[in-house]
Write a protein of this length. Structure first.
Length: 149
């Protein structure tokens, strides 16, 4: 039996290994640095709170990662683009002027008019207000009426 010795002691259990101490104050970290015993200094982010539990964004991203099929995003469609460009030209408004009125970039207006834009309800509602034409739901292309009295 090689490796057995009367003088060696084998310890089994929790208290065998020495625990690492965590410095909670800058003064104790600086003291350990002077002695040369500091191995690493790390900042713990979001310690003491469960950030993943509060938001479901991580769960949504994991679900998307697990999916194998690729689904193309829905675009606004060519019919909405034709309506936007037709009404804009009737009112003699340039794309840049329309973009300025709704506080968006000219490229956004260009994407909507070409039918390649991903529909955004906020942008569509701004376009509806400026152009005076319904662009969402049923009755696309009809003029907007005032509020009900």
């Amino acid at each position: 039996m090689n490796g057995t010795d009367w003088d060696s002691v084998t310890k089994i259990g929790k208290g065998v290994h020495s625990r690492t101490t965590i410095a909670k104050a800058y003064s104790s970290v600086n003291e350990a640095r002077r002695e040369g015993t500091v191995l690493s200094v790390e900042k713990r982010f979001s310690a003491g709170s469960n950030k993943a539990h509060k938001t479901t964004e991580a769960q949504k991203m994991a679900k998307i990662d697990r999916e194998t099929d690729i689904v193309p995003l829905k675009t606004s469609g060519r019919d909405i683009g034709i309506i936007i460009s037709k009404i804009r030209q009737e009112k003699n408004i340039k794309q840049s002027e329309l973009a300025q009125k709704i506080n968006e970039k000219v490229s956004v207006i260009n994407e909507y008019e070409s039918g390649k834009a991903i529909p955004n309800q906020a942008i569509l509602s701004k376009l509806e207000k400026v152009l005076g034409v319904k662009l969402r739901g049923s009755g696309i292309g009809q003029t907007l009426t005032g509020p009900k009295k």
